[in-house]
Design a protein around this ligand. Structure first.
Ligand SMILES: Cc1ncc(COP(=O)(O)O)c(C=O)c1O
Length: 349
């Protein structure tokens, strides 16, 4: 089951397409999607929108592109958006809102559970004054990557949406792993997405497709978003080859995320039992496990990851003493046990 002979836990983006996906890709009926004539892309977009309780969908090449197109569609140049200070959009998307959209990001602290406090959001909303940019958008991230794969609930999402709409502000959800959140909470994903004005989710992470994300929103929002996608070069032609794998991902790969979550718990429990490593089990809510080296361990995260590699295990340093492990469909329960054993050996070598 492993990838290139490694138990590769660095990311769920490393997943490769299943044989059913490859078959669907080979047999996909395609057309020119810039003309709106790729039946497989059209099918994926309809399925995606229906799943997340929105009117329409737009196939994009990546989560980053989906988030950017959403920001460009909601905001004008010079507008402001409120974003978590640990958000993927804020940290890992090359400053795209400002660089491409002229959109001013205003960060508020992410709490340990991935939420933004509504009072913190309220405190930074701009009043009407010619000195200030206009607050146009709030973005949330579910599951929250840097906070440990933590899960935002339907009640919290609804509260932020109601608050935003009460202030004539739009809400976008970076739901790169929103299906992980839905499975973790055992709720229909709609409950996490239908109150937002737009949502992006990724097919290419835990769902295992090789490429692609879908941006969903109202019919009018997606009409405008299509133009923004074109503007940044994201109009695809016979992209149905890729969308075909996305359809399989939605049909076959969502429910099994449960296994990845169970494996993440197993991994976290195993790591918690290794002297020298520390893990906050409370944040292990989906498929991610972040752990740290205790202060008395005489080497850093990069060295631990190097040692792990020698034991056929790959994990990712995300700070001087912080490491990330992500479970996915190409890692079995038995391999998790193997990984725990290997990490224990690495600390003591
Ligand atoms: C929370 C979150 N949002 C967005 C993205 C961007 O997705 P992509 O790598 O497809 O651009 C990622 C990627 O890891 C992510 O973790």
């Amino acid at each position: 089951m492993s990838l290139n002979n490694y138990i590769d836990l660095r990311s769920d983006t490393l997943t490769i397409p299943t044989s059913t996906m490859r078959e669907a890709m080979a047999n996909a009926i395609v057309g020119d999607d810039v003309f709106g004539e790729d039946p497989t892309i059209n099918k994926l977009q309809e399925m995606a929108a229906e799943r997340v309780g929105q009117e329409a969908g737009l196939f994009v090449s990546s989560g980053t592109m989906g988030n950017l197109v959403a920001m460009l569609t909601h905001c004008q140049r010079g507008d402001e958006m409120i974003v978590g200070d640990q958000a993927h959009i804020y940290i890992y998307e090359a400053g795209s809102s400002a660089a491409v959209g002229g959109i001013h990001p205003r960060s508020v602290p992410n709490q340990a559970d991935g939420t933004l406090k509504i009072e913190d959001i309220k405190a930074v909303i701009r009043s009407q004054d010619d000195h200030f940019p206009i607050t146009r958008l709030i973005t949330l991230e579910n599951t929250h990557n840097r906070m440990g794969g933590t899960v935002l609930t339907p009640a919290y999402t609804r509260a932020v949406a109601e608050f935003a709409h009460g202030h004539a502000i739009k809400l976008h959800i970076d739901g790169a792993r929103i299906f992980n959140a839905a499975v973790a909470l055992n709720v229909d994903v709609k409950q996490l997405t239908q109150d937002a004005d737009s949502v992006t989710f990724c097919l290419s992470k835990g769902l295992g497709a090789p490429v692609g994300s879908v941006l969903c929103g109202s019919r009018e929002f997606i009409r405008l978003a299509r133009r923004r996608r074109k503007m940044i070069g994201g109009g695809m032609r016979q992209g149905g080859i890729l969308a075909a794998a996305g359809i399989v991902a939605l049909e076959q790969m969502v429910d099994r995320l449960r296994e990845d979550h169970a494996n993440a718990c197993l991994l976290a429990e195993g790591i918690a039992g290794i002297p020298g490593l520390r893990v906050n089990i409370a944040t292990v809510q989906s498929n991610m496990v972040y752990f740290e080296l205790e202060p008395d361990v005489p080497f850093d995260a990069t060295e631990l990851c190097r040692r792990a590699g020698q034991h056929r295990v790959k994990v990712l340093p995300t700070g001087p003493r912080r490491i990330r492990a992500v479970t996915h469909c190409w890692v079995t329960r038995e391999e998790i046990a193997e990984a725990v054993q290997a990490l224990g050996q690495c600390v003591n070598e």
